[in-house]
Write a protein that binds this ligand. Structure first.
Ligand SMILES: [Zn+2]
Length: 263
């Protein structure tokens, strides 16, 4: 399914042709079925989302390591990239040249199926500089389960966003003009302490350090915005400001429409 997308991208995409936009209805259908964020958009914004996915795939290769790649995979990689920067216009992921998909969890040497193969996603360094590694099944599962506040694709692209200012520190200086990092890090330390005391519904991996906290909290923000706003209002406000997206209101509107339809 969707095999054509790769050929079209390879044969037809070129910087000179970015104004032309080719898209197939079945790719929209796939996003509609599999990407909750896309579903939450109105139809005009869905067209923008598609164009952004298309533009992303023009500049970033999706490669395979021991696994077949389908257009569904490419669309999910692109969706993972587009979601965190939805609030910014034409955000270029200049530092990501390729995303490499693996057939499962991998270790630090990118070997799959070993006892220490426990990594679902990683932003590369050294020989993997400019590349991102993702477990293909985990990429899909991140979108399939839209309630568990986890999405490895989004998580890794949040790290990329965090790194744009040259440092992966859990505070995206490049997007947060007007915020004081001291107050943000105080909030992060408090939230990490709550996780450690098991008094938080934020995934415990977020307690690893401030950069992982930022990525984990962002997954939560994009997957369960209303829950985040209710349970962690200050954190929600920060993330909503960082990402220039008020997703909780969109989710609330959707719920209201559903209730109206039923009654
Ligand atoms: Zn991480």
């Amino acid at each position: 399914m969707f095999r054509q997308l790769k050929n079209i991208i390879l044969s037809w995409f070129s910087p000179a042709q970015t104004d032309d936009f080719f898209w197939q209805q079945r790719w929209s259908d796939f996003l509609q079925t599999n990407v909750g964020f896309y579903r939450s958009l109105n139809s005009a914004d869905q067209r923008v989302f598609e164009r952004n996915c298309f533009a992303f795939l023009q500049t970033t290769r999706v490669e395979a390591s021991g696994v077949d790649i389908t257009d569904e995979d490419r669309l999910l990689v692109a969706a993972s990239a587009v979601i965190p920067v939805w609030g910014f216009h034409d955000w270029p992921y200049l530092s990501v040249k390729a995303v490499v998909l693996f057939p499962g969890l991998f270790n630090r040497d990118f070997q799959v199926g070993l006892p220490d193969s426990t990594i679902a996603g990683m932003v590369g360094s050294g020989p993997m500089e400019g590349k991102m590694a993702l477990s293909k099944p985990d990429l899909h599962y991140g979108f399939k389960n839209s309630k568990d506040k986890q999405n490895v694709g989004v998580h890794e692209f949040v790290h990329i966003l965090d790194m744009v200012d040259g440092e992966c520190d859990g505070f995206p200086e490049v997007v947060q003009a007007g915020h004081c990092s001291k107050q943000w890090f105080e909030l992060v330390q408090y939230k990490i302490a709550q996780i450690e005391k098991r008094k938080s519904n934020i995934n415990e991996y977020g307690a690893t350090n401030s950069q992982e906290f930022f990525a984990v909290a962002s997954e939560y923000f994009f997957e369960r915005p209303l829950m985040l706003k209710q349970k962690h209002p200050k954190l929600y406000d920060y993330l909503s400001d960082f990402y220039r997206q008020n997703l909780a209101d969109i989710e609330m509107d959707k719920k209201k429409k559903k209730t109206t339809k039923k009654s």
